[in-house]
Design a protein around this ligand. Sequence first.
Ligand code: PLP
Length: 496
Amino acid sequence: MGIMYKSTRSDSAQVTASQAILKGLADDGGLYVPSSFPKLPVGIEELAGLGYKEIAYIIMKEFLSDFTEDELKKCIDSAYDDKFDTKEIAPLRKADGAYFLELFHGATIAFKDMALSILPHLLTTAARKNHVDKKIIILTATSGDTGKAALAGFADVEGTGIIVFYPKHGVSLIQERQMVTQKGGNTYVVGIEGNFDDAQTGVKNMFNDKELAALMNANGYQFSSANSINIGRLVPQIVYYVYSYAKLIHDGAIKAGEPVNFVVPTGNFGNILAAYYAKNMGLPVGKLICASNENKVLFDFFKSGTYDRNREFILTSSPSMDILISSNLERLIYHIAGNDCEKTAELMEKLISEGSYRITDDMRKNLAIFEGGYATEDETAETIRRIYEQDGYVIDTHTAVAADVYNKYRESGDKTMAVIASTASPYKFTRSVMMAIDKSCGSPDDFELIDRLSGISKVKIPQAIEDIRSAKILHDRVCGKSEMKSVVMDILGIQI
Ligand SMILES: *Cc1c(COP(=O)(O)O)cnc(C)c1O
């Protein structure tokens, strides 16, 4: 039998992959995890010549075990097509003594497209397989990039609606503009007077609200999630780690079997968790280097074994990582506890009641492949400038956090080949990027800065940016963080 899924918080019944994708979050508030880790079904050297879609199929069929070959191949073909501006889908670029894995060539120019261009197909296929007759409402909290990628993926997808909550004062101008200009009769975008953690907590509370679930059901709706708590987000993210490894062999940069370090700019811990899953499948990984911005709750966790969110929330130039409650860490906690759901539930309760928890020494031993680091705002800007001046390569603020952390890490003497996950196009954070390169370029107009960035980077302005220059604003709803539930009911026309 193939892989099944269970909750991180209890040993209740296992569900199939398609059921886990449909539900998003388990009934007990836990996250779905695979019952075991499948091993790479082909030899490492055989991967070398394969394209993105071929590797996507090889990896995803192991995890999505109740999807037929035909179903999965259709999902993959519909996702990784010319919505991406390069056939490679995720090209590698050598700079600063490492490889940058560019994950931003999709429709909304951030790495969220890697998974969110396929999630709507996985979800509608899952709905068909499970004979779902309700309209699926995708409820999403975003720190800026998931929102647009999910909106683009689900816009006008039959049988679905999507509601996105974003921190009204916590995203870049381009990020906000991308979301509020979203077309589609089934799309809703709401700014909240709060930060990303407030948005994510509000969404999770709605998922766990039994009364709301009953009302939804009575009105012909059910919720699902486009956040990385959904296993349908996580699994497609494993693919590009394997793909980048295959490319490195193919290009002669490494020999098959040689370890590679992955450096990942981290917020909600979804991207780096996918790398950990790749490692557990047998991909030769040396270190997983977790890079944080000044919200360095994960750096402190890896250093001390204590996770403590009781601290000031800092707005940085890498807003998609401005997060103090990294949801996907729950999956790692479960695995390093030896798949112990009781221990995980106990720690997650502590996180809610006290805002902190401490893991055991045995659990810490299982964290040895992780390395934590962080970059200050000055270091981030300096790294953008340094790599531009040295290599003529312009990176975004999130990628720069990772590049700075890696630069500091390699002083330890580790010569292992490193791949840095490049999570957004610099165009998405033009103002911060241009200010890093030239402090005097204080133009008030972001679109003028975009033209200047194009001049210095020699990279064509992405279609995603051209699209919003003159697009009409279609969403202007704003609410308090305690009003999220009533906004959802209002949007769906649910009355009590
Ligand atoms: C979402 C995001 C991240 C953080 O990824 P997680 O999976 O939440 O850790 C980093 N960079 C960018 C540009 C993002 O959009």
